[in-house]
Design a protein around this ligand. Structure first.
Ligand SMILES: Cc1cc2nc3c(=O)[nH]c(=O)nc-3n(C[C@H](O)[C@H](O)[C@H](O)COP(=O)(O)OP(=O)(O)OC[C@H]3O[C@@H](n4cnc5c(N)ncnc54)[C@H](O)[C@@H]3O)c2cc1C
Length: 398
C-alpha cells in the first residue's frame, strides 16, 4: 500500500469490463476507487466474446486469472470459410504451438460470466466502491481534485476521473469534443442458441468466420459448450446507430440470400436476434484532460473484426494501474506515460480492424479470390508471425 496515496478515491465512470478492470488494477496497487455506473444494475449483454492471449496476461496482472480461466472455452482453431462455396480457406491452429509462442491461450467466454468475474473481484475488495444509478454527465477540476457531476444533480469528489463510459462517452465529449462516433454502415445481429440447435456438422471447437460479399457469419461454443454464440454482420450502409434492437429472423436473413445454403442454415437456427449498427472512431492522441483520462471504448472504439476491443480495455487497465504505481505522487506524469504507451497500439488495432473488414471479412469477386489465394498459402506459423505484434503485446508494452 502506498503511504502517499491520495485520500480521495479515483473516480471511474462506467462499470463495464474496462471500468471494473481499472478498479481492480488500481486496488492491486493500493489505490482506492469509486465506480459510478449509470445503469441500475451492473451487468453485460448476453453474448460471447473472444479473448486473445493478451487478455490472459491482463487477467493474471489484475488478479483474476484463475477465475477467468475457469469460465473460458479453449478453442482449437480460428477457421476461415468461404461463405459462397462453404469451403475452408484457411485456419490458425490455437493449440500447443500457439500457446507456447504467446505464453497464453486463445479462448471464448460468455460476456456475463467474464463481467461476473470482475464484478466479484470488485465487490470483494475493500478499496473498491460500486455505485449504480450514477450517470456522470460532466466534470469540473482544479489543482487538487476533480468533481464528477451526476445527472441526479449530485456531485462526487475524487483525485482523478477515469472515463470508462464506453462508445458514447459523455466525458470524451467534454475532454476532446470530437463529435459523435462514426457510423460504419455495418449491421450486426446477435443470437445465442442451445448447442443441440446448432447444425451437428458445424459444432466445431473453433471460432469460425464465414466470409462473404459484404457479409459474414461468426460462431463459437460458450459456457462449457452449453450454447453457441452467433454473430452475423451485413454491410448494408445503415445510416443511424442502433444498439440491441430485437428483430425478426426474416430481417437477418435478407443480407444472406446470396451465400451458401450451409451458411444460411446457421442463421435459420438463431432465435431472439438483436441488432446493432456498428460504430468506431478515428484514432486520436489526446486522451487526457488534466485529472481526467479516457479508457477502453471511450478512448479507442473499434470495429470488432480483430475481436480485441475488450482485450484493449483490459490492457489499458493494466497500463494505467502500472503507471499510477510508478508515479504515485505525480498524476500528470502517470497519465502522460499511460497515454503515450497506449495510443499507438490501440490506434493500430482500430485502423487494422477496418482494413481486415474490407480485405478479409467482406470482399467480393476478384478481391475475394485474391484473399483466398493469399490466405490459403499461409501456415499457422505464418499467421503467428503476422499477429505477434498483437497477441505478443501486453498493457505493459509491445
Ligand atoms: C458485435 C461485437 C462483438 C465484439 N466482440 C469482441 C470480442 O470478441 N473480443 C473483444 O475483446 N472485444 C469485442 N468487442 C468489443 C467490446 O465489446 C468492447 O470493446 C468492450 O465491451 C468495451 O468495454 P468498455 O468497458 O470500455 O465499455 P462498455 O462495455 O460500453 O461499458 C461502458 C459502461 O459505462 C456505462 N456508462 C455509459 N455512460 C455512462 C455515464 N455517462 N456515466 C456512468 N456510466 C456510464 C455503461 O452503462 C456501461 O456499463 C465486440 C464488440 C461488438 C459490438
Amino acid at each position: 500500500m502506498n503511504a502517499q496515496a491520495p485520500a480521495r478515491p479515483v473516480l471511474i465512470a462506467g462499470g463495464g469490463i474496462g471500468g471494473l478492470a481499472a478498479a481492480l488494477g488500481l486496488a492491486q496497487k493500493g489505490i482506492r476507487s469509486l465506480v459510478l455506473e449509470k445503469a441500475s444494475a451492473l451487468g453485460e449483454i448476453g453474448a460471447g466474446i473472444q479473448l486473445g492471449p493478451n487478455a490472459f496476461h491482463a487477467f493474471d496482472y489484475l488478479g483474476v486469472g484463475e477465475a477467468a480461466r475457469g469460465m473460458a472455452v479453449y478453442i482449437d482453431q480460428l477457421r476461415l470459410m468461404d461463405a459462397l462455396t462453404a469451403e475452408e480457406i484457411t485456419h490458425i491452429d490455437l493449440r500447443e504451438a500457439f500457446r507456447s509462442r504467446f505464453k497464453n491461450p486463445y479462448a471464448v467466454v460468455h460476456r456475463g460470466d467474464l463481467h461476473g468475474v470482475f464484478l466479484k473481484g470488485c465487490q470483494n475488495h475493500p478499496l473498491i466502491e460500486l455505485r449504480v444509478n450514477s450517470e456522470v454527465v460532466s466534470y469540473e477540476q482544479d489543482d487538487s481534485s476533480v468533481t464528477a457531476c451526476l445527472s441526479s444533480g449530485d456531485t462526487v469528489l475524487g483525485s482523478l476521473l477515469v472515463a470508462a463510459d464506453g462508445l458514447w462517452s459523455k466525458l470524451r465529449s467534454q475532454a476532446i469534443g470530437d463529435g459523435p462516433p462514426r457510423v460504419s454502415g455495418h449491421t450486426t445481429y446477435r443470437s445465442v442458441i442451445p448447442t443441440e440447435q446448432m447444425p451437428e456438422d458445424l459444432r466445431w471447437n473453433a471460432a469460425t468466420l464465414w466470409a462473404g460479399p459484404k457479409c459474414h457469419i461468426v460462431h463459437y461454443p460458450l459456457s462449457g459448450w452449453k450454447v453457441f454464440n452467433l454473430v452475423v454482420t451485413y454491410h448494408n450502409d445503415a445510416p443511424e446507430p442502433v444498439a440491441g434492437k430485437p428483430v425478426p429472423q426474416s430481417e437477418v436473413m435478407k443480407g444472406f440470400e446470396h451465400v451458401h445454403k450451409r451458411a444460411q442454415n446457421i442463421i435459420s437456427r438463431g432465435k431472439d436476434w438483436k441488432l446493432w449498427v456498428l460504430c468506431d472512431r478515428e484514432p486520436v492522441e489526446n486522451w487526457v484532460d488534466g485529472r481526467v483520462v479516457l479508457l477502453g471504448d471511450a478512448a479507442h472504439p473499434m470495429m470488432q473484426y480483430f475481436a480485441q476491443g475488450a482485450c484493449m480495455a483490459l490492457e489499458d487497465a493494466v497500463c494505467l494501474s502500472h503507471m499510477m504505481e510508478s508515479y504515485p505522487d505525480d498524476h500528470a506524469t502517470a497519465l502522460e506515460h499511460f497515454r503515450k504507451q497506449r495510443v499507438v497500439r490501440t490506434a493500430r488495432v482500430q485502423l487494422q480492424s477496418r482494413a481486415i473488414g474490407d480485405h478479409i471479412y467482406h470482399p467480393a469477386g476478384a478481391h475475394a479470390l485474391v484473399r483466398n489465394a493469399i490466405m490459403r498459402t499461409k501456415t499457422s506459423e505464418d499467421y503467428y508471425n503476422h499477429l505477434a505484434w498483437l497477441y505478443g503485446g501486453t498493457g505493459l508494452g509491445s
